[in-house]
Design a protein around this ligand. Structure first.
Ligand SMILES: NC(=O)c1ccc[n+]([C@@H]2O[C@H](COP(=O)([O-])OP(=O)(O)OC[C@H]3O[C@@H](n4cnc5c(N)ncnc54)[C@H](O)[C@@H]3O)[C@@H](O)[C@H]2O)c1
Ligand SMILES: O=C(O)C1=N[C@H](C(=O)O)CCC1
Length: 234
């Protein structure tokens, strides 16, 4: 499979390394909006760029009839527009805030735990995410997905980075050099606390998940998620 890398930073380079070990080739590397987007030999595009470039990168791949995967975070206010754009082009698109197998299992645990806790309002929920200091967005896309799962299952109405009201989930976003990604959710009552935590040791899980998703999506049409790829359901 020939893969276009839309974004060739930390993640683009990790994806390239894994793709080569799985006998794929890299057809295109884009590092700037002024680069030439020639998709003529590309089977699948993988976008890990910057929040301001993701929408344009995704649309360029869809315009060229190339299935596209995006792991870029911080652009999700345009997610619905992209779904409509993809469908209008009869194209193929998959976004995940986190491609790692471990986090996708963690998402399922979070969903189930928030369903259980929904009946017990004595538990207050808060979250901490830690990432490297080069990260442009806060909170992380993964933290937003986790918060949205909790909001779907409980009386919490929104998440906030600020001091939270009773119906808001506080997300503490910490930036510490070289941390690949840590997420912890705590359900706290006066009597006890339940915490679940995922720690990425490196970027390999994100990169491997993106390559697996690219292999899976190559000949499909429509809009997909990592749940479709991994088929994990608790
Ligand atoms: N979904 C996941 O599993 C996951 C995992 C890790 C990182 N991320 C996200 O992926 C994104 C990239 O992370 P990173 O650590 O590789 O960042 P990075 O800063 O190392 O790399 C970003 C790259 O995008 C390039 N770029 C800038 N403008 C561009 C444009 N117009 N078109 C294409 N590329 C452009 C930059 O040159 C740079 O090479 C971030 O949004 C991050 O949050 C997601
Ligand atoms: O390094 C990053 O940036 C990461 N971004 C994703 C997010 O925002 O959730 C996934 C974890 C690493």
């Amino acid at each position: 499979m020939n893969i276009a890398l839309l974004g060739y930073g930390r993640m683009g380079k990790s994806i390239e390394a894994i793709a080569l070990t799985r006998n794929h080739s890299i057809s295109l590397k884009i590092t700037d909006a002024t680069d030439t987007y020639d998709f003529s030999t590309t089977d699948v595009a993988i976008d890990f760029s910057v929040p301001t470039a993701a929408v344009s990168n995704i649309k360029k791949a869809l315009d060229a009839g190339v299935p596209v995967i995006s792991g870029t975070t911080g652009w999700l206010e345009h997610y619905r527009d992209i779904l409509e754009y993809c469908n209008s082009k009869n194209g193929t698109f998959l976004y995940a805030s986190n491609f790692s197998l471990g986090v996708n299992i963690f998402f399922e645990i979070n969903k189930r735990l928030s369903e259980l806790i929904a009946n017990f309002p004595e538990y207050a929920i808060d979250m901490e995410e830690i990432h490297h200091t080069k990260k442009l967005d806060a909170p992380s896309g993964t933290a937003i997905t986790l918060a949205e799962q909790i909001i779907d299952n409980t009386n919490y109405k929104k998440w906030t980075l600020d001091k939270a009201n009773a119906d808001e989930i506080h997300i503490e976003a910490k930036r510490i050099p070289d941390v690949p990604g840590t997420h912890e959710i705590t359900y706290n009552s006066d009597i006890d606390a339940i915490s679940i935590k995922h720690t990425a040791h490196n970027r390999q899980g994100f990169a491997m998940g993106a390559v697996i998703a690219a292999e899976w999506i190559k000949d499909k049409k429509g809009v997909f998620t990592m749940q479709d790829v991994l088929q994990i359901n608790v």
